[in-house]
Design a protein around this ligand. Structure first.
Ligand code: PMP
Length: 351
């Protein structure tokens, strides 16, 4: 650290992203990417012509992308805000709606407390219940912004729309942000509630269910007034936040509903098969509606299992936080990858 760093950031612990090893080094099940390539439409749309146009700035309003998203979800284009990954959309939310503080679960996306520090927001972390579920009553009348990942990460546990509505109804004077990074793998989207609650922000990403993690694309669906606030943040920070090629990729991916359903369906089927295999090996597996499983081996610590998998060429995610150190998070890869994963796990358990 230099002596020039702003005092506000001197004791800040940055977010630690999952490891990105060299290609083909590992079966990579550690950062919840899709095992499948982007939609064929994406591959053909990004051609030499589009690459030449990189000399020009991208459209700051992101019209092509915004229209494709609005079309898919049946909302007005004025209700859509696009960003450089949903991380950036979440950052805009902290900037715009953090004044009275933000309440989120203690075990959730690791970026939430980091953003609080980055943007000088009072972050309040609320413990989960013993079974790792969220108690909705803990978020009633919060008196501050509420932020929930649904399904939650890294647990994969999902709240129902009734539970979300319960939280919205009791927080009419505050913004409720639902981070739906993993909703397309079996959860129910809160987008349906947008017509009734003008304090709701639904945040989604192209990184998981739309196979475009490297394109860095995320978006918010919200009321026109809140979208205006978020766009105010965007235009005060980085108006060209979505690059030209990602803009095209995102629009094409959003238009290909069939491929999206095929990929997310396959991942859900592979998830259930993997969960069953792990349970048969004595693992505790939380009920997941995401593209990952949160699982605890019976006969060894999460750290040991993580290390043994790594030695055998499989990368998963493990955290040292004692509340979840017995568990690892396993991204659902292709059918073949998960068969290999189950076989290697069996070997480790039987050693
Ligand atoms: N929310 C949650 C719950 C996540 O797990 C992630 C991905 N790590 C994100 C948001 C951010 O995803 P991205 O910036 O790739 O859209």
């Amino acid at each position: 650290m230099s002596r020039f760093l702003h005092s506000r950031y001197q004791d800040m612990e940055p977010y630690t992203p999952g490891e990105q090893p060299g290609e083909n080094e590992y079966i990579k099940l550690n950062t919840n990417e899709s095992p499948y390539p982007p939609s064929p439409g994406v591959l053909s749309a990004i051609d030499g012509e589009q690459t030449k146009r990189l000399r020009l700035y991208s459209d700051p309003e992101g019209k092509v992308l915004v229209d494709a998203i609005a079309g898919f979800y049946g909302v007005d284009r004025k209700q859509v805000v696009v960003g450089n990954g949903s991380d950036e959309i979440l950052a805009f939310c902290y900037m715009a709606f953090g004044q009275r503080g933000i309440r989120y679960p203690e075990i959730s996306y690791g970026f939430y407390p980091v953003f609080a520090k980055t943007f000088g927001v009072d972050g309040e972390a609320v413990a989960l219940q013993k079974d790792f579920s969220i108690r909705t009553a803990d978020y009633h009348h919060a008196g501050k912004t509420v932020l929930l990942a649904n399904p939650n990460a890294p647990t994969g546990i999902c709240l129902s729309l009734d539970q979300i509505e319960d939280i919205l109804r009791t927080n009419e004077e505050d913004v409720v942000i639902i981070d739906e990074a993993y909703v397309d793998f079996g959860g129910e989207s809160s987008v349906k509630l947008l017509s009734r609650y003008d304090n709701l922000v639904v945040v989604q990403t192209f990184s998981k269910s739309r196979n475009l993690a490297g394109a860095r694309l995320g978006f918010a669906l919200t009321s026109e007034a809140l979208a205006e606030d978020l766009n105010k943040m965007k235009f005060s920070f980085n108006p060209y936040n979505v690059n030209r090629l990602s803009m095209i990729a995102g629009a094409e991916a959003m238009k290909d509903r069939e491929y999206f359903l095929e990929c997310t369906g396959r991942i859900q089927r592979t998830r259930e098969k993997t969960a069953k295999a792990l349970r048969e090996l004595g693992f505790t597996v939380l009920p997941s509606k995401a593209n990952f499983l949160f699982a605890r081996p019976e006969s060894m610590g999460g750290d040991v299992y993580f290390r043994r998998l790594r030695e055998k060429g499989i990368l998963v995610r493990h955290w040292t936080n004692p509340k979840i150190a017995d568990y690892v998070r396993i991204t659902i890869g292709s059918e073949e990858e998960m068969e290999r994963f189950c076989q290697v796990t069996k070997e480790i358990v039987e050693e």
